[in-house]
Design a binder for this molecule. Sequence first.
Ligand code: ME8
Length: 679
Amino acid sequence: MNIEQSRNAAFGAARGTEQRTATAGGGAAGPAETFYITTPIYYPSGRLHIGHAYTTVAADFVARYKRQCGIDTWFLTGMDEHGLKIARAAEAEGLDPKAFVDRAFRQISGLWKVLEISHDDFIRTTEPRHKQVVQALFERLYRQGDIYKGAYEGWYCAPCESFWLERQLVDGNCPDCGRSCELVKEEAYFFRLSRYQDRWLEYVEHHPEFIQPLSRRNEMISFVKQGLDDLCVSRTSFSWGIPVAFDRQHVVYVWLDALTNYISALGYGQPGSLFDKYWPADVHLMAKEIVRFHAIIWPIILMAAGVELPKQIFGHGWFTADGEKIGKSRGNVIDPVVLVDKYGLDPIRYYLLRELPFGADGNYTEARLIRRTNVDLANDLGNLLQRTLAMVWRFAGGKVPQPDARMEDSQRPLIAAAEKAWRAYADCLEHLDLSNALGAVMDLVGRANKYIEEQLPWDLAKDEAKHPQLRTVLYDLLETLRIAAVLLKPALRRAPDALLGQLGLDPAGLDFRLPQAARWGGLPAGIAVRRGAPLFPRIEVTPEGPEGIPQAANAAAGTKGVPGSETPAVAPGVISYDEFARIDLRVAEVLRAEPVKGADRLLKLQIRVGGSERQIVAGIAQHYRPEELTGRHIVVVANLAAAKIRGEESNGMLLAASAEGKLCLVVPEAAIPSGARVK
Ligand code: ME8
């Protein structure tokens, strides 16, 4: 059974949630058999951008991981279609609001297809199934006295769809987004938030995992401690919303409407619905600016309605551009479809999931995206596969060799490294530490690359007595790659299967279920490995080339400034970190050196950089004899554009220091494998 088939196969995996505190959906005692994860339902007021892709790809990673663990998972996303903001956006285009949101629905569904999001349901707040739950909830709260009628006089921020009191404004503007607010004076219904303040504080105190990360929890607690005002929950000055069933002059406040999606989509109120199976949600994911609505208003609505609270509200950080939140209304959006077209799906998903600690803010730059692809995926993972397969062809006839049964596990360090990687990965995912979960896999990949340098398989091959050891080394490298692919499977969409295919496996017939699939020894000996295309071709970046960063950043971002640079303005003669980071400095081993005919200053060097070999030409013939160089480790610029020097191809440049007619090579100060990064 493969992962797609195992989606609904609940087999009651008890995950020891009892002992954890701040875990995703943790805290509840007893085994967790189902997992329900949500993203915010997005406003279709403008095109969705990389920020929306971030939350949705993150939720997708977690959902796919849970399914891969055999847990019965439900993943919900959707669209928040009502409210003043949408009504105005539609009007600005001369469209009826329904026609406007229908068009947006097609666009947004298309985006999730491109990103291969595996949601189980997509809720639209204009659907009857949703409207009916919102109306019933509103009426229930009214009948029990938690909603009452009054008059609202205060300020409204349409972009955030939030009410503010005069004293809360900052310089007359919305304290959340800084934009101007409008004065609202109308009859309205109010929800008695204030009545539940103490109950909320007590609940949050006893459930440390409820709001995460901790910094957001603390913010929310101090916000509530300042005192909660009752919340205005209806509007009469526009009509694009769900009418209050018993007073049709009013439409339900868009946030009450929107938050209810998390239960309306499950069929709340209908016997035998998905609600009985999946509620309470294990985690509501979102960025920090809307944690307040989810962590305070939503739980209090649920408390009032007698519904169990979600297990966790997780507010991650923002992708920023030049330090400012990327946002539809700021006009600095980056279109994920353009990026996928340009770089492929896996590099984008990997970048989104790996780049920022989940919870922190961070700048988006195309230069970083390229670097992540080149360094982690192309160099570390891609090269490990290529080097290993090349050795399997050369030393083992292209078949997965049988490891030497006489070798103890303690003599095979990759076994322990793979076990450690799995544990770290699973632990990180349970805590929604998505970036470090992938980091654990990449550490394993790094360990395997290092293992090649330690074992020197080409030397083992020279000594027949060492052939059993050679076969074991090769098996261990292949098995490490298999485990890395299994662990990358929920995050990436193409590379894991492609990698497994090159190991000689048929991904369609594999059982990816965790933790079994991550256990050592799953790769059968004797199968034939296959030659395949590189998993991740390096993205070539040349200063002036057509694929250079300036064009890349402009195409996707439409931003001004120095695209791809994190610091737009630097003093003349000073370079930004990003500019420095574009130079790929590597340790290289010199395999051979020889003079270049007719050029008495030049030597031609064959070097190995990690798993690949190349030639460089260097002007050092008057300082070094060729035989002095063989076997030495030097430092090279590995991503310098190729050049022909005196008719010889040169793919890189070595580093040397020179002064007063003297020249010496820059070399690593201690033994370190070729391919090691210099930074
Ligand atoms: O707030 N960085 O919808 P919305 C990271 N409809 N995440 C970002 C981001 C960025 N720069 N920009 C957007 C709404 N996001 C309401 C939600 S839920 C009941 C109602 C992501 O279209 C992030 O998840 O403004 C953020 O919380 C969400 O998009 C806001 O989407």
